[in-house]
Design a protein around this ligand. Structure first.
Ligand code: CDP
Length: 231
């Protein structure tokens, strides 16, 4: 008897621009559905942290993709499942909030635009998608490149000011008008870099459902995706 073909992995993809709430939404959707949450941006941030710490990478200077991936492997950069989600690990320990620091955020779009880095990350994400575990994966190119066969694809957006204000609150900073403007400009620069790169740019998949969260509460946003997933 020929072996049964393995069933297609059950994957929900949530893509969208910076600070659109993808990760927190993906986490809550995964928890409601009993799926595992996989934050692909966290792995790009992990590579960027290694680039800064091990290779002295700085904004504006050329990056050597080969060298920084060798450093990532030497430092055993990986995503490890902790029972409900995947955490970024370096040398066997969780990297925690270091990957969210401003230095990493400023450099991550340049690092993630390197084709070799994208291949390295995409291979790891796909390997995790091969397991029997159903996943909610969030990022920029999940529905277009990493898992084009995902059974549900969401493209989550919100107005630049809403995204900026939410990111400031998330970091515990007050969302004053001046700060919102500055943060919105930083997010816009990252979006432009992510959407303008030649390999796997940020864009909505043709078969994705667009969801604008500007006027929705977090709970409404999560409930809508869960409803679509259960349909
Ligand atoms: O949470 P936030 O929206 O700030 O970003 P993130 O999801 O942590 O992703 C950080 C960066 O990683 C993005 O700005 C992209 O440059 C890159 N990224 C990517 O290129 N492809 C993905 N699938 C996920 C993230």
């Amino acid at each position: 008897m020929p072996a049964e073909p393995s069933p297609a992995p059950d994957i929900i993809a949530i893509d969208g621009p910076a600070a659109s709430g993808k990760s927190s939404t993906a986490k809550a959707v995964a928890s409601a559905l009993g799926y595992a949450h996989l934050d692909s941006g966290a792995l790009y941030r992990g590579v960027t942290l290694v680039a800064i710490q091990e290779c002295g990478a700085v904004s504006g200077a050329p990056l050597d993709a080969g060298a920084l991936l060798r450093a990532a492997e030497a430092k055993r950069l990986e995503l490890r499942f902790d029972g409900s989600a995947f955490s970024v690990m370096l040398e066997g320990r969780p990297v925690g909030i270091r990957i969210r620091e401003a230095e990493v955020t400023h450099l991550v779009s340049a690092v993630s635009a390197l084709p070799q880095v994208r291949t390295w990350v995409t291979d790891r994400l796909r390997a995790l998608g091969q397991g029997a575990r159903p996943l909610v994966v969030d990022g920029r190119d999940i529905g277009t490149v990493v898992f084009p066969g995902a059974r549900l694809k969401i493209f989550l957006t919100a107005s630049p000011r809403t995204r900026a204000a939410r990111r400031l609150v998330q970091r515990g900073e007050g969302a004053t008008t001046g700060r919102v403007e500055t943060e919105a400009a930083l997010l816009a620069a990252r979006d432009a870099a992510d959407a303008g790169r030649p390999v796997a740019p940020l864009r909505m998949a043709d078969d994705a459902v667009a969801l604008d969260g500007t006027e929705l509460s977090f709970e409404e946003q999560v409930a809508e995706i869960v409803r679509l997933a259960r349909k």
